[in-house]
Design a protein. Structure first.
Length: 569
């Protein structure tokens, strides 16, 4: 037996996990069976795996960590390449200047520790975790060895499906055939890889000669070629329809459903839409990750002055606050983050949504159902009898909903909602167009905010950037202004899939409605006049807010130009 095992056994006795007599008897049994003494004690449940972990930690004076209870940041995981973590069975925990703390199951493995010191060019601080803990963390943060997009399960599963040659189909009653186990793994892996790549949507699109898989990552569609052969189109779609609770025998009309799945320790909801097309049914899955709803206003992209203004506005006791922008501009995330910010036990918050995308603790959420006549207007009338302080309406779509929302704001409620308009002042025109009286708009509205999303620069490959003349002209920036600026751009690295971008943030146009603006709204002035007045009052346009973030090195000129086409700086 190795000396280190002898010392470990002595420690287990000293720590009171077992006795010398039990160890002596185990030595004889282990010698006869040709196994390790510690392994035998664990197998016979004389000691627990956690006891061994504690003893190992005590042997080297290290701290025991429970990886399942920790949230390790992405930039820390990025310190250690996947192949290094897997080879030496270690998980990076945090880093300080010149040091990296790692969790390891065997702190006596001096070769591994010495190799890590050289590979990471840093001093290694040891923490000890159990072997199952390490294994689970490797799968959570680095993916299993066969489950990466580039070299993983797709190829293995497709090969297995081909070998089975079972004609993967689903019968008319919706019963899956026995040969679909590899198919289930393939579908699950599509979802897992999308989540790990931070995709917001998964698109499975049947085309004439191929079955295309695309992920929307940071707002940009990226095709994943060769992962879903055309012959797997029918079984993959059928599998997803079953998971989403759809009628798989119905191929003529659109269907909606939901899938709930667990990835690591996170419970993920997917909103699934199925649409009949010329070449089969197209599936789009929106990944609903609740972590994004816990963002503060700074993480959403608000700079300090705008954040202070917005925090003041959402703390008002009444009035209506509208967030505008096209589909996919982050309106829902902004509203949910506002609710999260003001959600306190002394306030009653009710939302009316179609559908309820995220479930928030401490908030009453109502889903409308047009099939039974439970519309936005009916839901609003009902919830106002519930005496809420704050109401969120998913979207103002018609005069009835708008009228009830505005009347609620005038009777002591704070109302949040969204509209589909291009800019903030345009929301006034939109409300008047659907039939709301101008004096009601003027007296109820506290703030109108337009927003767009731009991609942030990857922190791992960020580098100084000299904008081109065309970019400067488009943004209205003079080259002299760059002397005091910090314009940056990502070079592209593994952390950002060689795009130079990782994550998104908002650019905002905040129109605070004051007495002068109310008079203009009451007088039904054109949008351009109202916009000019808002500019005089200090409102920054979307492009101007984007320019500030370009000069601060938060995003790139190209992103701001793309997101604000048609906007004047």
């Amino acid at each position: 037996m190795a000396e280190k095992d002898d010392y470990l056994l002595d420690l287990l006795v000293d720590l009171g996990f077992t006795t010398a007599e039990v160890v002596a008897q185990a030595r004889e049994e282990a010698s006869a069976a040709g196994v390790g003494v510690v392994d035998l004690l664990v197998a016979n449940k004389v000691i627990r795996p956690g006891d061994v972990t504690q003893a190992k930690a005590a042997q080297f004076g290290a701290e025991v960590v429970h990886l399942g209870a920790l949230k390790i940041e992405d930039d820390v995981i990025a310190v250690m390449p996947r192949e290094v973590a897997r080879k030496y069975r270690v998980i990076p925990l945090f880093q300080t200047e010149g040091k990296v703390a790692v969790a390891i199951a065997d702190p006596s493995d001096l070769n591994a520790i010495d190799s890590l010191t050289h590979l990471l060019h840093a001093e290694i601080e040891l923490r000890v975790a159990s072997e199952p803990d390490i294994e689970a963390a490797l799968g959570k943060y680095y993916g299993s060895e066969k489950k990466s997009l580039d070299a993983g399960i797709f190829k293995d599963v497709i090969q297995e499906l081909n070998e089975e040659n079972a004609g993967l189909t689903v019968d008319d009653a919706g019963l899956e055939l026995e040969s679909d186990a590899p198919l289930i793994r393939l579908v699950n892996q599509i979802i897992v890889d999308a989540f790990k790549l931070r995709a917001s949507d998964i698109h499975l699109e049947p085309l004439a000669k191929k079955f295309r898989l695309r992920y929307r990552i940071d707002g940009v569609m990226q095709e994943i070629p060769g992962k879903t052969p055309k012959k797997l189109q029918a079984p993959v779609i059928a599998r997803l329809k079953i998971q989403a609770g759809m009628v798989i025998s119905e191929h003529r009309v659109p269907q909606d459903g939901r899938i709930q799945t667990k990835i690591g320790n996170k419970l993920i909801d997917l909103r699934v839409s199925c649409l009949p097309t010329n070449h089969g049914e197209s599936i789009v899955m929106r990944i609903l990750d609740k972590e994004g709803l816990k963002l503060g206003l700074t993480e959403l992209g608000f700079l300090s002055d705008d954040r202070a203004t917005f925090e003041r506005l959402i703390a008002l006791p009444d009035g209506i606050l509208l967030v505008t922008g096209p589909t996919g501009s982050g309106k829902t995330t902004t509203l949910y983050s506002c609710l999260n910010f003001i959600n306190r036990p002394d306030r009653k918050i009710i939302t009316v949504e179609d559908p309820v995308e995220y479930v928030l603790a401490g908030i009453n959420q109502v889903q409308v159902n047009d099939l039974v006549g439970f519309t936005f207007a009916m839901a609003l009338r009902a919830i106002l009898r519930q005496a809420p302080n704050i109401v969120m309406i998913g979207e103002i779509r018609d005069i009835e909903t708008a009228s009830i929302a505005i009347n609620a704001s005038l009777t002591g409620h704070l109302v949040f909602s969204t509209l589909h308009t291009n800019d903030a002042p345009g929301a006034v025109t939109r409300l008047v167009d659907i039939g709301v009286k101008p004096f009601l708009v003027a007296s109820s509205t506290r703030c109108l905010m337009a927003q767009r999303l731009v991609r942030k620069i990857c922190k791992k490959c960020i580098a100084p950037y000299e904008p081109t003349d065309s970019e400067l002209n488009a943004l209205g920036i003079k080259r002299d202004e760059l002397k005091s600026a910090n314009v940056q751009k990502g070079r592209g690295c593994n952390n950002c899939n060689n795009t130079g971008h990782r994550g998104r943030m908002g650019i905002f146009e905040i129109f605070v409605v004051d007495d002068d603006a109310r008079k203009l709204i009451y007088d039904r002035v054109p949008t351009n006049v109202l916009r000019a007045r808002a500019r005089e009052m200090g409102m920054r346009t979307l492009r101007e807010d984007g320019i500030r973030k370009v000069l601060a090195g938060m995003t790139t000129p190209e992103e701001v130009i793309r997101a604000t086409v048609g906007d004047e700086a």
